[in-house]
Design a protein around this ligand. Sequence first.
Ligand code: PLP
Length: 369
Amino acid sequence: MKVPFLDLRASYLELKSEIDEAVARVLNSGWYVLGEEVEAFEEVFADYCGARHAVGLANGLDALHLALRAMGIGDGDEVIVPSNAYIATWLGVTQSGARPVPVEPVAGTHNLDPDLIEAAITPKTRAIMALHLYGLPADLDPILAIARRHGLRVVEDAAQAHGARYRGTRIGHHGDVVAWSFYPSKNLGALGDAGAITTDDPVLAEKIRVLRNYGSERRYVNRVQGYNSRLDPMQAAVLRVKLPLLDAWNARRAASTALYRSRLADAPSMILPVEPEGCTSAWHVFVVRHPDRARLQDACARNGIGTIVHYPIPPHMQEAYASHGWSPNDFPLARQLADEVLSLPIGPQTPASAIEYVCETILDELSAR
Ligand SMILES: Cc1ncc(COP(=O)(O)O)c(C=O)c1O
């Protein structure tokens, strides 16, 4: 049996006729940048997130970067980031000119540990980057309370958390700005690069709308130096086909999670992901921890199962950030997690029989010695 980590073609085929129709509609419209398709998606996505505004962008990294830029955060400022983040969370900060200040996560949830944030705040701190890693919402209430106490902004990196819920409401409107990626593998994935922000703040929404289009409020009139980061109408049309199915596809991921949990409950030395009270994960990826990760990954590969490590090198150990002067042991938990995490297949088109096979393969391997 072959189990791909994720089968994007299967996702397309499940919706082929609707997607083909949407793409054809854009092709026939004769309008290929911004316009009605993008506006229509912004409206339904804002509504889905319970936010007042959505602004469609070219990708998720730009969403993070433009959110900070719209807040006036840049050179000389500091932004708190999780030490175990995906590199893009940090890149959003460094692109703005600000310095990322890493804070370790809670080991169980992989998300920012609110108890460690205040010690990292300095007079230069301007914002907290609350990343919902692997689809599980960060613990937003204490993070927002700390931000309020210290006059900081909160940017949520929700690139992996479409449809996730925190204390009953969907992610998308808790922080000042919520940044989204619709990279094809995401829970809500386009057929190419795409992103957005959602926010309740009309001023920030408008600033980001202007920044995405060269800094132009009116054609050929530029008050600020902006970017070209517009959501492609073709991608907007595809996303509008997929959005109504997001909850159902997330439910399939949750069902796969339940199956993994029941089969792997007694797997030796394995730590399974948690879903704390009050949080509903989007289960973007199903990440287990094991001290001998390489052995598990090899066993999966030998048996035709695709796995991925999210992520093998924490940002503070990346060469890209060598000039910042961190040493590998500055963030030991991020380092340990990077050595032990392994993502198993959990895509919405992954059948239960495939999950059973992954579990059997892992249990066979772990009982072999
Ligand atoms: C957590 C996180 N933040 C940001 C990004 C950046 O998104 P994009 O690839 O659309 O730039 C991604 C995904 O790639 C991500 O997983």
